[in-house]
Ligand binder design. Structure first.
Ligand code: LRH
Ligand code: MN
Length: 396
């Protein structure tokens, strides 16, 4: 790898095409099943979520879209689309992926699209069709259902019949998609179900995407894997099969902990970005980068800005891998040289070059310092403390 200037140029080229979507629910008071600790600055209205997203975008320049969760952000469904359009115009943030809610309604006790009761399956499918319509009205491309369905005890549900019901439901949703829209099917091995989960891994999500149609893809939530699973290998396969739709980035030590990206295993994210950059060396990739975290203890806006900055730095590191040199060393099976060629990019302290890129784009060199100096958190704390003090401490 030649001098600093070319490293800075590679990083600038990579960050110029970097964008990551932030989740509206990342600004709300969330917790675990053991309760939640209320934050006075938390967002509880969709307008406050757009305001916080606009602040993060103003500080980072790489978060132009906000993922919306249907029931939480559009409680009146399609009827709420005009209000969202007004907020988009007011805050300069576009609605991103539309996330159906197939897990909260009492009707979904035994499942949503996998429920033995055809009326409940119909209710869940109609909800996803409404999300397709909402996305059309908002100009959003992606509909990203996470199906929490499953069972807690062997023998209590027909795993085979539930596969048929999922194929039928996703087939109808796929048929309703506009020509540019995509259905992103998210998998998760367990929780809230603890014996079987109907879409438990990438293979099940892939087969459901294939049976649904050409506009269906797999969504990889980095927290949705068993401990020893090689996530970047799954990513490589999905890229090979042209069925990788996008990511929900977060970090974890144990299960689906939804911690901030790169807080536990930054090398994991670097290895994932490497697989992405290998495939996008020749052509831009159509893979959605999205954050999916719940900030139970960290300040919500601070955690989101920290996450975006970390994602930029890890993407910049991955952009420094000398792909030509690495390919030669891999072919020659020069293991140590290849590993050093790969890992030396990860060891690189890219922060000065990333700060320079931010300055050159008129952005704060250090977005977290920018946030602290903006007084934004103090402002929203004063505005929202009263409202948040009344909030119930049950989950989300
Ligand atoms: C499920 C999940 C899903 C979201 C939810 C907030 O664990 O990752 O993507 O709907 O978190
Ligand atoms: Mn997720």
């Amino acid at each position: 790898m030649t001098g600093e200037s070319s490293k800075a140029a590679r990083i600038a080229k990579a960050l110029d095409r970097f964008a990551i979507e932030i989740p509206s629910w990342g600004f709300a008071n969330t917790g675990t099943r053991f309760g939640k600790f209320l934050q006075p600055a938390a967002a509880s209205t969709i307008e406050e979520k757009f305001a916080d997203a606009a602040e993060v975008h103003a500080l980072t320049g790489v978060t132009p879209t906000l993922a919306l969760h249907a029931q939480w952000d559009l409680p009146n469904g399609i009827a709420d689309a005009p209000a969202i359009r007004r907020l988009e115009a007011q805050y300069g943030i576009r609605a991103g992926s539309i996330n159906p809610n197939l897990f909260q309604d009492q009707a979904y006790k035994y499942g949503s699209i996998c429920n033995p009761d055809p009326e409940v399956r119909e209710k869940a499918t109609v909800h996803m069709l409404d999300c397709v319509e909402i996305a059309k009205r908002l100009g959003s491309r992606d509909i990203a259902p996470w199906v929490s369905d499953g069972s807690n005890y062997p023998g209590t549900q027909s795993i085979r019949k539930r596969i048929l019901w999922m194929e039928e439901s996703f087939g109808r949703v796929h048929a309703a998609l506009g020509p540019e829209q995509r259905l992103l099917i998210e998998y998760k091995p367990f929780e809230p179900a603890f014996y079987h989960t109907d879409i438990a891994d990438w293979g099940m999500a892939l087969e459901l995407a294939r049976s649904a149609g050409r506009q269906a893809f797999v969504l990889v939530d980095t927290g949705h894997h068993y401990q020893a699973q090689n996530i970047e290998q799954i990513v490589a396969w999905l890229l090979h099969l042209k069925r990788l739709g996008g990511f929900h980035f977060n970090d974890r030590k144990y299960a689906d902990d939804d911690l901030t990206l790169g807080s536990i295993d930054p090398y994991q994210v670097f290895r994932i970005f490497h697989e992405i950059l290998i495939s996008s060396a020749s052509k831009p990739l159509d893979v959605a980068f999205m954050i999916d975290q719940s900030h139970n203890l960290k300040g919500k806006v601070e955690a989101m800005v920290q996450t975006v900055a970390t994602a930029e730095e890890l993407f910049a590191k991955a952009a420094l891998v000398d792909l030509e040199e690495l390919e030669i060393l891999q072919r020659q099976c020069k293991l140590v040289e290849a590993e050093e060629c790969f890992r030396s990019a990860f060891w690189e302290d890219v922060r000065p070059m990333v700060r320079e890129w931010r300055r050159s784009r008129g952005l704060p060199a250090d977005p977290l310092l920018g946030l602290a100096e903006s007084g934004y958190v103090e402002k929203i704390t004063a505005e929202r403390a009263e409202q948040n003090s009344k909030a119930i401490t049950s989950y989300a």
